[in-house]
Write a new protein. Structure first.
Length: 259
């Protein structure tokens, strides 16, 4: 590891050890190191189609079977993926910092599998089935259903309460982020002393605004990416390298300083 990077990792580790409130935002780059397809950039296609063509309310309304076929395929692929050292390092950080909030744009559930508990999923979770019937104001609303890789993956689910077809519990193209989760993410960002940004270019709004709000309230911004993305000019530290290497190195530096 280059001397400058090693020194920056030690400085970030020292800063985190002193911090009481830390927020971390993760994106597709963290999961890509586990083999999760990103569907962005070169080769980001499914059966020759862009994800927008099968991951939108319009697509579901027109052909729900085709949309579910895409998500059955995604679930089967995700079932083959495991958390990487970056996921496990963030779970360890949660136990080392008094108030640690993990905000993720990923839908694969790998953070939870790795042991993280305080997670805000901005884009939902691919392992959740959500009822399409009823009305959002219904009390009580139809419950979400969580499935696992061991469940049947190729049978369109129906709501156990009302019988309506269910949909994947993710945010599709053209949909708003869930208001409660977004509000919680904004609160965590504005309240934190250190903001970690890992595996995301942080250029897709409104999620991209979260790091900016943290900076505006005085938080130190630490960016972790294999390549320097646009946010780097605003980051206090830019640690260039895979999150699966940088995050464990930070945690080990923190542990060593405590020994």
């Amino acid at each position: 590891m280059a001397t400058e990077l090693a020194n920056n990792i030690r400085q970030v580790a020292d800063m985190l050890k002193e911090a009481e409130r830390v927020c971390c935002m993760t994106g597709a780059g963290v999961s890509a190191e586990s083999g999760v397809a990103t569907f962005r950039g070169h080769g980001g296609l499914w059966e020759g189609r862009r994800p927008e063509e099968v991951a939108s309310p319009e697509a579901f309304h027109a052909d729900p079977e085709d949309v579910w076929r895409f998500y059955f395929w995604r679930r089967k692929k995700l079932a083959e993926c495991k958390p990487n050292p970056g996921h496990y390092a963030l779970a360890r950080l949660e136990g080392m910092i008094p108030s640690f909030t993990l905000v993720t744009q990923n839908v694969d559930d790998l953070h939870r599998v790795a042991g993280s508990e305080r997670i805000i999923e901005l884009h939902g979770n691919v392992w959740i089935n959500r009822c399409t019937g009823g009305h959002p104001s219904d009390e009580p609303p139809c419950p979400d259903t969580r499935v696992t890789p061991d469940d049947v993956l190729d049978e369109i689910p129906h709501c156990p309460k009302c019988g309506a077809m269910m949909r994947p519990g993710v945010v599709w193209f053209g949909e708003m982020l869930p208001s409660d989760e977004f509000a919680a993410a904004v609160t965590a960002a504005r309240d934190c002393q250190v903001m970690l940004v890992a595996g995301t270019s942080a250029v897709v709004h409104p999620a991209a605004s979260i790091a900016t709000w943290a900076a505006d309230t005085g938080a130190a911004i630490v960016e972790i990416n294999p390549e320097a993305p646009p946010l780097s000019s605003a980051a206090d530290y830019c640690l260039t390298g895979p999150s699966g290497e940088i995050l464990p190195a930070i945690v080990e530096a923190m542990s060593a300083a405590s020994a």
